[in-house]
Design a binder for this molecule. Structure first.
Ligand code: B12
Length: 348
């Protein structure tokens, strides 16, 4: 513990807190949070201005290949313990209706949703936190059984948007207002607007929206007329065939792929699957930026792990050939390849 943590300002505590995460020092991390609370820093600021940015930094370090998955897991576990410690420290009794907070089906980023749940609890709501990957049918029956005032759904991954939409519709059918949030809906919530669902950029903004039931229920309809071209549905039905074919093409063009270890092969198949899933999500919301942002991200991840960009470009080109009858998909893939070419030039 350095002298800085004796200070009760968030700015001074932040580097020490990050150091605790890096050293997997759970005890000191909780101490940093307690010291801030003892010094009068509000609990929601400790959650949103200490724990949240530190977690984002954890993600950056993993993306740059500076931290292993194990280091990321250790840090995330500590953040979860700190959130629990902050919640126990304040222990607010609920005075308002029940709000259910859950992650979309297939979504394992539970910590961002947990932060939102705790901030809502601090505002007096009776919050039930259901955690990661909640199946739609189970969520809906839960909402009925416990007479929820509203539900907050979280998603960190844009590729889950089609699933998110099904889940949102299922909640709507049971007449429970839905609010969504998380980086999966775009930094400005533009994909939430496409799905016709209220979105909040942060936990405090969500709390404000829950205060206004009319605003929560007054949402424009989903804007998904483009789905009539069937490109999304056809792509999804061909997912397995596309991945198998792209893997065979990679092995043909890059002989080193044939010598991949089982773990490397798994990672390659996952990446080929992500390309299809992000492409499908871009078709679903009809927004090419969803796909190009993903390609930029994947280029960074693979670049920092010294995977040649040429293999990724070959896969985009191959998918483009197989999907030649799908003009929207071909357009997204072409723009993806252009983004890759720029990333490649910058890296050279
Ligand atoms: C921890 C972590 C994990 C953990 C999650 C454990 C847990 N208990 O949460 C595990 C290991 C499971 C994981 C898995 C994966 N992850 Co991850 N993960 C992260 C990491 C490092 C931190 C997440 C976090 O807590 N962030 C802090 C929160 C507070 O920030 P936030 O999400 O922006 O949330 C704020 C607002 O957006 C908003 N908000 C968030 N949710 C909601 C919900 C509502 C209702 C509202 C109103 C507001 C709101 O309020 C929050 C507080 O201010 C992020 C990095 C990052 N930058 O976030 C990557 C990150 C999200 N993961 C990523 C990826 C790729 C994955 C995997 C695909 C990796 C893999 N190859 O397997 C899997 C996918 C698993 C799945 N299907 O869900 C990428 C996503 C990139 C992309 N292009 O989509 C990121 C950005 C990492 C990176 N830098 O590349 N991950």
């Amino acid at each position: 513990m350095t002298a800085a943590t004796q200070d009760t300002s968030l700015e001074a505590a932040y580097p020490d807190y990050l150091h605790c995460l890096a050293e997997a020092d759970e005890h000191s991390a909780i101490e940093v949070a307690h010291r801030l609370l003892d010094g009068g820093v509000a609990a929601d600021r400790v959650l949103l201005d200490l724990v949240a940015p530190a977690q984002a930094e954890v993600g950056e370090r993993w993306a740059r290949n500076e931290w292993s998955v194990a280091q990321e897991h250790a840090a995330t576990h500590i953040s979860e313990r700190v959130v629990a410690a902050v919640a126990a420290y304040v222990d607010v009794r609920p005075t308002r209706a029940r709000i259910v907070v859950a992650c979309m089906d297939g979504e394992w980023h539970a910590l961002p949703a947990r932060l939102v749940a705790e901030v809502l609890r601090l505002r007096g709501w009776d919050v039930t936190f259901l955690g990661a990957s909640v199946p739609a049918a189970h969520l809906v029956s839960y909402l009925h059984r416990y007479d929820a005032y509203a539900v907050a759904l979280a998603s960190a991954l844009p590729m889950r948007l089609p699933h998110a939409h099904r889940m949102i519709e299922a909640c709507r059918r049971s007449d429970v207002p839905v609010l969504v949030g998380g980086r999966g809906f775009g930094v400005d919530g533009r994909w939430a607007r496409r799905l016709g669902v209220p979105w909040a950029p942060s936990a405090p903004a969500a709390a404000d929206l829950f205060d206004d039931e009319r605003a929560l229920r007054a949402v424009p309809p989903a804007d998904l007329v483009h789905l009539a071209d069937d490109e999304y549905a056809s792509l999804v039905s061909r997912r397995g065939e596309l991945i198998d074919s792209a893997l065979a093409e990679l092995a043909r063009r890059f002989p080193a792929v044939r010598d991949h270890s089982p773990a490397q092969l798994d990672a390659t198949v996952s990446d080929l699957g992500y390309i299809v899933d992000f492409l499908a999500a871009a078709l679903y919301v009809d927004d090419g930026s969803l796909f190009t942002e993903f390609i930029e991200w994947l280029a960074t991840i693979l670049g920092s792990r010294e995977v040649p960009v040429a293999t990724m470009d070959a896969s985009l080109e191959h998918y483009g050939r197989l999907l030649h009858d799908f003009p929207r998909a071909v357009g997204h893939l072409q723009r993806g390849r252009a983004v890759l070419a720029v990333a490649n030039r910058q890296a050279a």
